[in-house]
Design a protein around this ligand. Sequence first.
Ligand code: FES
Length: 131
Amino acid sequence: MNELESLLRKSGYSNKTMDYYIRKVNVGEMNDPSVCFAYTGPCGDTIEIFLKIDSDVIKDAKFQATGCAGAFASGSALTEMIKGKTLEEAEKINEEDVIGHLGGMPTAKIHCVCLARRTLEKTIKRYKGNE
Ligand code: FES
């Protein structure tokens, strides 16, 4: 285990959270997205989500973040979870689902999951013309 991994482990992050954070899963911009939206949470960190949508199905999802390991892992988890889902199905994914997918999240980092979830909600609203 390298220094970064042991620091993350000490902070209470799960294996999957560490893996997503280290591999930066789905991190990056998307060329010609159907919609993108950036949202800044109360902690001051920002997540921007890019979606490629076809007939109300999310074909691809990426994100960028200025934030902590919790923000990046939550963004990775959420974008993994929504690929192939309809907008309606994606909207139903809540914070507990994301935490379950990650195998847990330190209590102090739950708000980072909320930031990712909120950003997705607003991105879908933007796509529908309501944000
Ligand atoms: Fe701001 Fe984690 S501390 S998203």
